[in-house]
Write a new protein. Structure first.
Length: 240
């Protein structure tokens, strides 16, 4: 197994990890907007390829699932994060959050449905985020979005994301979470079942690949094993 390319990618990420933690909110907004623009361009080809990979007619109603579980899901995440980043100063994005008391003296926030589209597309589905023990209404602001607190000492890390399923959106969504929520740069190794997505993800996520904060890899279990034991890798996440 030739690991030269993997080693080079990890070295680039290691060099960029601390710099990424210092990227300003306006610059992060610009990067996400650029991702949205590229995603819009590649979405039809992505959804068509995903349908064909599952033996579906891209023009059939069944192929709609490949839009919802692929580019649509990524676009929804980008829009939600852009909305949060636009309000991150003073954490005003928490205003109007629907909170309720749950067992154990904890609180939970109802996050879905969050829009009219949620109500239409996910009728009857609700999602609550339970806060950790000790987080209450009074200290919620102090315990939210800690990675964006100005005074925090941010430490950059290289994350390895291992694709473990065949849902098209999961790997890119986990990469975006690592980057924009956990302040970690990412090497994602796609599940071999989903390797056909590499070209579409490379196009959609090019604004993050260019600055050296994201790399996309493919390969079998031996590649994953090599990456897991690589000294550059500081955190490991398995999708699903």
């Amino acid at each position: 197994m030739n690991t030269t390319g993997l080693d080079a990618d990890l070295a680039i990420l290691a060099n960029a990890k601390q710099r990424w933690t210092e990227v300003s909110v306006p610059d992060r907004i610009a990067l996400l907007q650029a991702v949205k623009d590229r995603l819009l361009e590649t979405a039809p080809a992505w959804a068509e390829a995903a349908a064909r990979a599952k033996g579906l007619d891209p023009e059939s109603p069944s192929a709609g699932e490949e839009w919802f579980a692929g580019p649509y899901a990524v676009m929804v995440w980008c829009n939600a994060m852009l909305d949060i980043l636009a309000q991150i100063a003073g954490k005003s994005h928490l205003r109007g959050l629907r909170l309720r008391d749950v067992p154990g003296g904890r609180i939970a926030a109802r996050v879905v449905p969050g829009s009219i589209w949620d109500r239409v597309l996910f009728s009857g589905v609700t999602v609550d985020v339970w806060m950790q023990p000790g987080v209450d209404r009074e200290n919620l602001v102090a315990n939210s979005a800690a990675g964006y607190n100005p005074a925090i000492a941010r430490i950059g890390r290289v994350a390895l994301v291992l694709g473990a399923g065949n849902v098209a959106a999961i790997a890119p969504l986990d990469c975006l979470h690592k980057l924009f929520v956990e302040n970690q740069v990412v090497l994602v190794k796609l599940n071999p079942v989903n390797e056909y997505l590499a070209e579409f993800l490379a196009t959609a996520l090019a604004p993050l690949i260019g600055p050296g904060v994201l790399r996309i890899g493919t390969g079998d279990a031996a590649v994953g094993q090599y990456l897991c034991s690589n000294p550059f890798v500081e955190t490991i996440h398995i999708t699903g």
